[in-house]
Design a binder for this molecule. Sequence first.
Ligand code: DAT
Ligand code: MG
Length: 149
Amino acid sequence: MQRTLVLIKPDGVQRGLVGEIIRRLERRGLKLIAMKMMQVPREQASRHYAEHQGKAFYEGLLGFITSGPIVAMIWEGREAVTVVRSLMGSTDPLKAQPGTIRGDLALDLGMNLIHGSDSPARAESEIALFFSAAEFHEYERTIDQWIRE
Ligand code: DAT
Ligand code: MG
């Protein structure tokens, strides 16, 4: 079973969309493994977004992600990385399909509500950057027999 890191960014918390975003992930059948509210320290943010270092939007991105509390989560399920990315929609909300989180709830590239890991390898390193194993919750859901074949 695959795991992925999801962040509800400061705009999601400020706009009161935490419940709406979690609802969409839960309803798809994904399983919540870990969750916490936090303000990301700059050092952690720069490691998280290391791939974008040097790009024109990098400083703005770091300023934004560290500007207020976020909600960090680990979600598990079949192809969880791809499933979360498809629920999120395209990076630019203007190009995101209706029905996706960004396509329904956001307008601006810089304020696109949610982060989701973009590959299983990245999910693994991003999960390690945000959570310790002691924060994972291992539990059975009886409903899984109606979600997993
Ligand atoms: P995603 O968040 O869909 O994985 P990404 O990893 O390419 O997208 O970029 C990380 C974040 O940086 C993205 O959610 C919003 C911001 N961003 C990306 N490209 C940008 C650009 N051209 N101008 C401003 N912000 C940008
Ligand atoms: Mg990305």
